[in-house]
Design a binder for this molecule. Structure first.
Ligand SMILES: Nc1ncnc2c1ncn2[C@@H]1O[C@H](COP(=O)(O)OP(=O)(O)OP(=O)(O)O)[C@@H](O)[C@H]1O
Ligand SMILES: [Mg+2]
Length: 234
């Protein structure tokens, strides 16, 4: 691994299904993301955005090719090693990566820190600070089932950011959010990106989210068809 690459993919390919049903969701993708970049992945439905994020996050295994996160080749790791990398280095804001329904918002935000071994007082302080930052201080004791979709999404963002991960992966982070809440969430992501050089990769259809990213990658049929660093999306 060279320099400050946080993510590197080599001929990354993911097929789903067999025979005539086979779909090449990702087709030999090579790209690198450096520390502190804020990248948006755009492209039509089915173009491979979620597939790519799942592979970068070590939640899925490629058919062929490699994914590197920092100095770790995820493709060569055991399930336990992948879990360790996810816990300590990667934050997820994924719809499928749900909040735990029996825990309050605060407990959900504390949960990852608990797995990391952060002590109880510090956990509570950091969780409350992050819930305040996403505008949910008043709802800290509520369970996800008693919150709106947008409020749950903000808890998920607070949970992903509270550990100050090296890499934040967000799949459609503005789904369920009105434009004002989207702006405030993205402001928070940008602040983390600027203050801690958190590397952010987000898959989105939302022009507001794209506006906050500084590099815009376009996928089509599982391939990168445009990678315009610093240029606003068309
Ligand atoms: N679990 C799965 N089983 C079978 N095929 C899948 C699976 N997940 C994705 N695919 C297929 O892989 C391709 C890429 O899907 P992917 O979910 O990565 O697209 P996407 O760009 O995230 O789309 P969207 O914008 O709708 O979220 C599609 O053809 C999809 O049907
Ligand atoms: Mg998707």
């Amino acid at each position: 691994m060279k320099g400050e690459n946080v993510v590197r993919t080599l001929a990354l390919t993911r097929d789903y299904g067999d025979g005539a049903q086979r779909v090449r969701a990702l087709d030999s993708v090579d790209f690198t993301v450096d520390k502190g970049e804020f990248v948006s992945l755009a492209g039509p439905s089915g173009s491979g955005k979620s597939t790519l994020l799942n592979l970068i996050g070590g939640l899925d295994t490629p058919t062929s090719g490699e994914v590197w996160v920092g100095d770790d080749c995820l493709t060569a790791k055991s399930a336990a090693e992948l879990a360790h990398i996810r816990l300590h280095r990667i934050g997820f804001v994924f719809q499928a990566y749900n909040l735990l329904p029996v825990l309050s918002a605060r407990e959900n935000v504390e949960f990852v820190m608990q797995l990391q071994g952060v002590d109880a007082t510090e956990r509570r302080e950091r969780a409350d600070r992050m819930l305040d930052a996403v505008g949910l201080a008043a709802l800290a004791d509520r369970r996800p089932g008693d919150m709106s979709g947008g409020q749950q999404q903000r808890v998920a963002v607070a949970r992903a950011l509270v550990t100050e991960p090296l890499l934040l992966l967000a799949d459609e982070p503005s789904a369920n959010l009105d434009s004002e809440t989207t702006e405030s969430l993205l402001g928070l992501l940008r602040a983390m990106n600027e203050r801690f050089a958190t590397t952010i990769i987000t898959a989105t259809h939302d022009p507001i989210v794209m506006r906050y990213a500084r590099r815009h990658i376009q996928l089509k049929d599982g391939r990168i068809v445009a990678d315009d660093i610093g240029r606003p999306p068309v």
